[in-house]
Design a protein around this ligand. Structure first.
Ligand SMILES: Cc1cc2nc3c(=O)[nH]c(=O)nc-3n(C[C@H](O)[C@H](O)[C@H](O)COP(=O)(O)OP(=O)(O)OC[C@H]3O[C@@H](n4cnc5c(N)ncnc54)[C@H](O)[C@@H]3O)c2cc1C
Length: 460
């Protein structure tokens, strides 16, 4: 069996490794159009901050490591066309002539690309994207001389990049089209809390700012200035504009030969099969099933990409293992505070037909300075939880957490499982959680939240 994987990032790599394990006799071939594999985009903020750990943290594997496992890896090689009837691919190495390869099973792990502006004006050189290492290097060069940088997009990427720029003392403006930031991840109250802390860290945040026009002008001393104008006439300028308005699935190889879904992502079933026989799609190019959301949606997350890659490999020769749904679990470092989430927001839950409510609970750490991360340690240490639940059943739908610890993600992992399994607030109330010394209330947050939920929505 010849297994061909297109794309050498997280989804493709996890698929190749698992295919190797499941089918020792198969040929496993991976094509990647860039010069290296497995770049972790999460490390871009570290790079911009000048973190000395970046080199070690930017990837977890390389071509020789995969080749030692018997996987054939062709970097700098693009797949330009696929014929799913003949089961062939057109292979084009950088600077070389095209040739044809064949497959028995094809896995598309072609990922995503940054959505780019649909706005008027001439702005090409002033526009900066955030997806790969080359993009990060371009932004770093801009940072070295910039007097101000404008970021468009108040999602996770825009906010993380903004914090990295502020860390390097680059004056930064963040423009967000919606009324709140991080609105896909958190409810309004949490967003307002995050905006407050970003503003007090020096970020110039503007919401309801829909940019419709860009312009490059020559400023004082011939210095190039990028100007962004919003639909309501507000004008913002900087030395460059970073565009962080999300990602789109790179589904062009199969085009409309395959069924496409949300945002044009390749529709897959629970076994990562597309509508084309023997063609699978994984990671950012495919759709994802979210718990408590009726239809498959587009969720470009590395955590899902890894899982989907492996699941496709297991099912190459027939459906053997369904994928667990996603809870969109995410962790975001915003300066000295961390935010993590799992499940859906209250807004989203209501759209999905739930009678949803939020219960919140704040716990303080005892005031020990050393517990705080070093870059901004003048805040009172704390964590605060917002739990989205269904009235009546008390089923947990979503979880949003902010706090001053550097890594709160284990809470999100735990709640991801609770949400996937449909647990209620009461199911978690008396679970044996670790007794955490150093908190004003040492018992688990689930204990306190259950009391809040019962106060808000007494059980019959
Ligand atoms: C700044 C930043 C921070 C992020 N932080 C997080 C986070 O904290 N948590 C999280 O879960 N996710 C995060 N993400 C998202 C995460 O990086 C993506 O979900 C993940 O990279 C998707 O992996 P993938 O393998 O599906 O696709 P991609 O990483 O998009 O890779 C696809 C690969 O396919 C190659 N390719 C495409 N077409 C072809 C072709 N025709 N021929 C050959 N090769 C091809 C591309 O060159 C690319 O290497 C972040 C993203 C960014 C940009």
């Amino acid at each position: 069996m010849r297994v061909v994987i297109v794309g050498g990032s997280h989804a493709g790599i996890s698929c190749a490794l698992r295919a190797r394990e499941e089918y020792p006799d198969a040929e496993v071939v991976m094509y990647e159009k860039q010069g290296s594999i497995g770049f972790i985009a999460q490390s871009i903020p570290l790079y911009l901050r000048g973190d000395r750990h970046f080199e070690k943290l930017k990837s977890y594997t390389d071509v020789p490591a995969l080749e030692r496992q018997g996987i054939v890896v062709r970097v700098n090689t693009e797949i330009c066309r696929v014929d799913t009837d003949a089961k062939t691919l057109e292979v084009t190495p950088a600077g070389g002539a095209a040739s044809t390869d064949r497959y028995d099973k094809l896995v598309l792990a072609t990922g995503s690309y940054p959505s780019i502006p649909l706005a008027f004006g001439s702005y090409r050189d002033s526009l900066y994207l955030v997806k790969n290492y080359e993009h990060a290097m371009r932004i770093k060069t801009l940072m070295e001389t910039a007097k101000r940088i404008v970021i468009i997009g108040g999602g996770a990427i825009g906010v993380e990049i903004a914090r990295a720029l502020l860390y390097r003392n680059v004056p930064t403006t963040l423009l967000q089209s919606h009324a709140t930031i991080l609105d896909r991840y958190v409810d309004d109250e949490v967003s307002a809390d995050i905006i407050d802390s970003l503003r007090s860290a020096g970020l110039d945040v503007h919401t309801g700012a829909v940019v419709t026009e860009f312009e490059e002008v020559s400023g004082p001393g011939g210095r190039r200035q990028a100007i962004a104008t919003t639909s309501d006439g507000r004008v913002f300028s900087g030395d460059g504009i970073i565009y962080a308005t999300g990602f789109r699935p790179n589904s062009f190889l199969v085009g409309d030969a395959a069924e496409l879904g949300d945002k044009g992502a390749i529709v897959v079933d629970d076994y990562m099969r597309t509508s084309i026989p023997d063609v699978f799609a994984v990671g950012d190019c495919s759709t994802t099933n979210l718990t408590n959301v009726a239809r498959p949606v587009y969720v470009p997350h590395a955590s899902d990409a890894f899982r989907q890659g492996e699941i496709a490999a297991i099912n190459l020769t027939g459906p053997r293992q369904r994928i667990n749904p996603s809870q969109g679990t995410y962790n975001l470092n915003i300066g000295s505070r961390t935010m993590c989430i799992s499940g859906i927001t209250r807004k989203r839950a209501i759209e999905e037909g739930f009678d949803a409510e939020i219960a919140s609970y704040r716990n303080e750490f005892l005031d020990i300075d050393d517990l705080l991360p070093s870059d901004d340690n003048d805040e009172d240490p704390y964590y605060k939880v917002w739990l989205v639940y269904e009235r009546g059943t008390h089923k947990i739908l979503g979880f949003e957490l902010r706090g001053t610890a550097t890594d709160l993600s284990p809470y999100a992992d735990l709640m991801s499982l609770a949400i996937e399994r449909g647990l209620t607030v009461e199911d978690l109330e008396f679970v044996d959680f670790y007794f955490k010394q150093g908190y004003a209330n040492p018992r688990s947050f689930s204990k306190y939240l259950a009391a809040v939920v019962r106060q808000q929505d007494p059980r019959a």
